[in-house]
Design a protein around this ligand. Structure first.
Ligand code: UDX
Length: 447
């Protein structure tokens, strides 16, 4: 199948490389020449484990090309829209301008193909109702093409695995039976290796497909805020949230995943998706249905306040001039993404309160240097720890989780640590002489 992928960010670049791996002929199009130059040379423009070999393989075979020339989509039969839908400035709603530009590009450059009608596949996360609006626009323009909505569920750090072997694929199909059949057949051909592996394929209508994505992200965000609200309770009552999560997670109906309490969720998806979902619910006149997401968002933001207050308390009531070593700046490990990162937000707030912040991150330093030139970034944990009066672990990179507390103690000025992700062993750090504080966790007790 000849495929175009419009938008080569996290989603698009990974999708293009994976589709080439499935044996398709893929052209990726993006407006950013720097990004395109890298991808065309087989080099990812962001940190994503497993992407580079896949890109190189596709580029070397000639089946995978990247360009800024929109006209290059002319020979494709299936056009994927994989552009970003960021939060609109000054509001909660999603900015759909990149999606509409992609639709216009398809209307301008797509050409009829001899092997079947054109298929336009939406992968971006959009407010419910967008797929139908796009289908209407395509019909009005007179382009003989079928629109299908096919949300992605990939996690950064696992994007390749999540694309090659997803938990499920969802096709949001048009009501018209003939158009629906065309879309289904084309996508079945595109995803043949996935379907042959027995991965479930769900056929739904447009609004259901659009809602599946935001419903999944809302559920995950709710699960994290739930356990973080339990962390607040644990702190107040002298309980331990890690043990509580372990105990409730044994119930199959709850499950152990996404119950890691800490400084909360961030990144390019969960925060903006729950806000855009609330905004859309308001437009649909059912804002009450999602008022709980407001609470999910505010519990999440409260974690950041709590981490800063805890730092201040541990430092003796004021942060001015206190040397704080910040370990981790990205929104999660195995990613170089600092979008809406709780770690970076906390580091910035400590700096704003006068702390002498010395931060480090294995992959996010470059992005942070551009965004926050005022923050001091060093290349290693040892450099950050040197002379620190307080240590804050804010992103659970495995090299930070593995730090030897005795070695760390030999470097710092004061052995005080805040474990913002509840990933250190409280007993081990306490035994090594540290004043350990987790997020809703107990230290120095036998149970
Ligand atoms: C998320 C969804 O998981 C994915 O399905 C969707 O397609 C895009 O959004 P991603 O943003 O890559 O993926 O990260 P994810 O692994 O979900 O983590 C999101 C945030 O939640 C991170 O900041 C992470 O540190 C935090 N988190 C996650 C917790 O605080 N506790 C947890 O138990 C799990």
């Amino acid at each position: 199948m000849r495929i175009s992928v419009i938008g080569c960010g996290y989603l698009g670049a990974v999708h293009a490389a994976c589709m080439a791996d499935f044996g398709h002929e893929v052209v990726g199009v993006d407006v950013d020449p720097e990004k395109v130059a890298k991808l065309a040379a087989g080099v990812p423009s962001f940190h994503e484990p497993g992407l580079e070999p896949l890109l190189r393989k596709g580029v070397d075979s000639g089946d995978l090309t990247f360009t800024t020339d929109k006209a290059a989509i002319a020979e494709a039969r299936v056009h994927f829209i994989a552009v970003g839908t960021p939060q609109r400035g000054g509001s909660y709603a999603a900015d759909l301008s990149y999606v509409w530009t992609a639709v216009d590009d398809i209307l301008t450059h797509a050409r009829p193909q001899s092997d079947g009608p054109l298929v336009i596949v939406g992968k971006s996360t959009v407010p419910v109702g967008t797929a139908q609006a796009i289908a209407d626009r395509v019909a009005e323009a007179g382009l003989d093409a079928v629109v299908v909505w096919n949300p992605e569920f990939l996690r950064e750090g696992f994007a390749v695995q999540d694309t090659l072997t997803p938990d499920r694929v969802v096709y949001g199909l048009p009501e018209d039976g003939v158009a629906s059949g065309v879309a289904r057949t084309a996508l079945d051909e595109v995803y043949a290796p996935i379907l042959e592996a027995g991965i479930p394929r769900l056929l739904v209508n447009y609004p259901t497909a659009e809602l599946v994505k935001v419903a999944a992200n809302s559920f995950l965000a709710t699960k994290i805020s739930f356990i973080n609200s339990m962390a607040e309770l644990c702190d107040a009552a002298g309980a331990d949230v890690s043990r509580l999560a372990e105990a409730i997670g044994h119930d199959d109906r709850i499950g152990p995943k996404f119950l890691q309490a800490g400084i909360g969720f961030g990144g390019g998806c969960l925060p903006k998706d729950i806000r855009a979902f609330m905004a859309r619910a308001g437009e649909l006149g059912v804002d009450q249905s999602l008022t709980f997401l407001r609470e999910v968002d505010s519990i999440n933001m409260r974690r950041r306040d709590h981490a800063v207050e805890l730092a201040s308390t541990m430092a003796g009531g004021r942060l001015v001039g206190v040397k704080v070593a910040v370990l981790g700046l990205t929104f999660k490990p195995d990613s170089d993404d600092v979008r809406d990162s709780p770690a970076l937000d906390i580091a910035g707030r400590l700096w704003g309160r006068g702390a002498n912040v010395v931060a480090t991150d294995p992959a996010g330093a470059h992005a942070v240097r551009a965004l926050r030139p005022d923050l001091q970034i060093v290349d290693s944990a040892d450099e950050a720890l040197d002379g620190a009066e307080l240590v804050m672990l804010l992103t659970a990179w495995k090299e930070y989780v593995a730090i030897d507390p005795s070695h760390a103690k030999s470097l710092v000025a004061m052995p005080r640590v805040i474990d913002g992700r509840n990933v250190l062993d409280p007993q081990r750090w306490t035994d090594a002489g540290w004043d350990y504080r987790g997020m809703g966790r107990r230290a120095g007790q036998s149970v």
